[in-house]
Design a binder for this molecule. Structure first.
Ligand code: HEC
Length: 173
């Protein structure tokens, strides 16, 4: 009986370690691992992003999870974003900031847009990984921000929107 208890504790510790690593705190993969087709909301937040690998939009688009998605679906889903954001170069800030060139841009740094204090002070860079976590649960990702959007719970939908945004907001970074 005691042996069994010891064994299950060892398994539990292994599981905890594996979970922590899968959240990204055990080293970063070179490909900026987002949650893929995971439909569970990622528990990644602005505070736990850590050091990120920043690639060009084209390099992200070459990754399987974005290359394989239906960008037509991403475009359709992006209509939700367009209610509050323009995506084109030189587009206006409306209720949300213009998103052209958002990838590799520091959060809260679009010119002439008045951000919430938390986003202005965010200090992280927008990567597909960060955007995936933001879009899954905007309020959990950065408590106190002003984007009144409930989030996209389906990981495939987030990948589709992200792939579409990688295409249309590419400022040549
Ligand atoms: C109801 C309006 C609304 C909708 C819908 C919305 N947003 Fe936003 N978004 C905002 C606002 C407002 C902010 C600024 C939040 C702040 O300052 O805290 C923002 C901020 C952002 C930022 C941070 C930009 C930066 O410069 O740091 C990103 C990225 C973003 N939104 C992406 C999206 C995407 C992608 C969608 C669609 C899936 C979307 N938003 C839908 C209102 C919206």
């Amino acid at each position: 009986m005691r042996v069994v208890q010891k064994m299950s504790r060892a398994i539990l510790i292994t599981l905890i370690t594996a979970t922590t690593c899968s959240l990204g705190s055990c080293g970063q993969s070179g490909t900026d691992a987002a949650s893929g087709t995971n439909t569970r909301a990622p528990s990644l937040t602005a505070a736990t992003l850590g050091e990120q690998t920043v690639l060009s939009p084209k390099d992200y688009l070459a990754q399987d999870k974005y290359a394989a998605v239906d960008t037509g679906r991403g475009e359709a889903l992006s209509m939700q974003c367009r209610a509050c954001h323009t995506l084109e170069q030189g587009g206006a800030n409306v209720s949300g900031p213009n998103l052209f060139g958002v990838f590799a841009r520091t959060a809260g740094s679009a010119p002439d847009y008045l951000y919430s204090e938390v986003l202005a002070a965010g200090g992280f860079v927008w990567t597909p990984r960060a955007l995936d976590a933001w879009l899954a649960q905007p309020f959990a990702f950065l408590p106190g921000n002003r984007m009144s959007f409930p989030g996209l719970t389906d990981g495939n939908d987030r990948n589709a929107v992200i792939a579409y945004l990688l295409q249309v907001t590419d400022g040549g970074t």
